[in-house]
Ligand binder design. Structure first.
Ligand code: AVJ
Length: 332
């Protein structure tokens, strides 16, 4: 009775990478959005980052989902439609799926099609009864994603990994509003959010000793060479990541190590030594800060699970104000 639909492509424009790089290099300070990290090589490097000892978010969130997955599913309801944003290799997803009912549906959304296919196949084998409808889409444009079918089921967004950290606080509110529209009345969300913590811990997590984060950042230049024919010296740039305490975010940059140019389709971009391309923000939110943003977007924070050190939070948000804050059997 297994049913896996073919991958549906939604809002991806083939030219988008070119436009983003061109526009991002024309402005000052220079900036290229982090979603372009995730070509096949970048997605692979991201998985390697997740396995480094310094990058605590993955194992911390995995621990939380492993311990509290059953409780989470009690909240969201076992026969829901689970919509995962940025599913990637979907290694954490089984920690929820194993508690869902056999008739649950799963809608993984990811920008990287090979990854989407592979993880869909793997989950299809692990959960043969589950209905899976993969969407190859950019969840940053969630308003253009439409779902039909399963009209009687509760729609629940699963957004792990603190990918929401790539959004500014204003963008968080906007994305959470679009998420609310997608799930409709009675919808819910489970979202993983990385917390503020010691800058030492944060700086180490984005400067791993094995160099995978550096390779991930620099792969953007290689992707520009491969896909856009950009003429550049990949060794002329260095990985730079630091925690900006005032802004509450990790910033990743590619720093020019010398005076040089990047040429792309007859356009020449001049770089001074030390000039950077800002490639990523990864905001860290306290539980209270994040709950405040969720409320601004119309969500009701109902529950929060965290690890012993409070390094990572998984929030349960509902659109229904009347849903109890605490489950009856957990009272007292
Ligand atoms: C996928 C956005 C959550 O910000 O920690 C990891 C991406 N960048 N190391 C993060 C990332 C560098 C990651 N997110």
């Amino acid at each position: 009775m297994r049913s896996t639909s073919p991958v549906l492509r939604v809002n991806l424009d083939d030219d988008e990478f070119h436009t983003a790089v061109r526009d991002g290099l024309r402005r000052h300070p220079r900036m290229i959005p982090p979603k372009f990290f995730y070509d096949a090589r970048g997605s692979e490097l991201f998985d390697l980052i997740c396995a480094t000892p310094e990058y605590y978010p993955t194992r911390t969130e995995t621990g939380i989902l492993d311990e509290f997955g059953a409780e989470m599913v009690e909240r969201i309801g076992g026969s829901c439609v689970l919509i995962e944003l940025g599913s990637g290799s979907a290694t954490k997803t089984p920690l929820l799926l194993r508690h869902l009912s056999g008739d649950a549906a799963y809608v993984p959304i990811d920008i990287c099609e090979p990854y989407l296919l592979r993880s869909t196949q793997r989950l299809g084998m692990m959960f043969p009864e589950m209905h899976t409808h993969p969407l190859c889409a950019d969840y940053m444009h969630l308003s253009s994603v439409k779902l039909d079918g399963y009209a009687d089921r509760r729609r629940v967004i699963f957004f792990p990994g603190s990918s929401i950290g790539n959004c500014t606080p204003a963008e968080v509110v906007q994305l959470l509003r679009h998420a609310a529209q997608l799930v409709g009345a009675n919808g819910a969300m489970l979202i993983g959010v990385d917390s503020k913590k010691s800058p030492d811990v944060l700086n180490a997590a984005y400067n791993d000793a094995a160099g995978y984060t550096a390779a991930f950042n620099l792969n953007l230049l290689a992707r520009m060479q491969r896909e856009l024919g950009a003429q550049l010296d990949p060794d002329g740039f260095a990985h730079y990541a630091y925690y900006n305490v005032a802004q509450g975010r990790i910033e990743m940059h590619l720093v020019s190590r010398k005076r040089q140019t990047i040429k792309m389709q007859h356009e020449v971009f001049q770089f001074d030594e030390g000039e950077t391309i800002h490639t990523e923000n990864s905001y860290k939110y306290t539980a209270q800060e994040f709950q405040q943003l969720a409320r601004l977007a119309g969500w009701h924070p109902k529950m929060l699970w965290t690890d012993r050190e409070g390094w990572f939070n998984v929030h349960y948000l509902s659109l229904s104000a009347s849903e109890p804050q605490h489950l009856p059997h957990q009272g007292c």
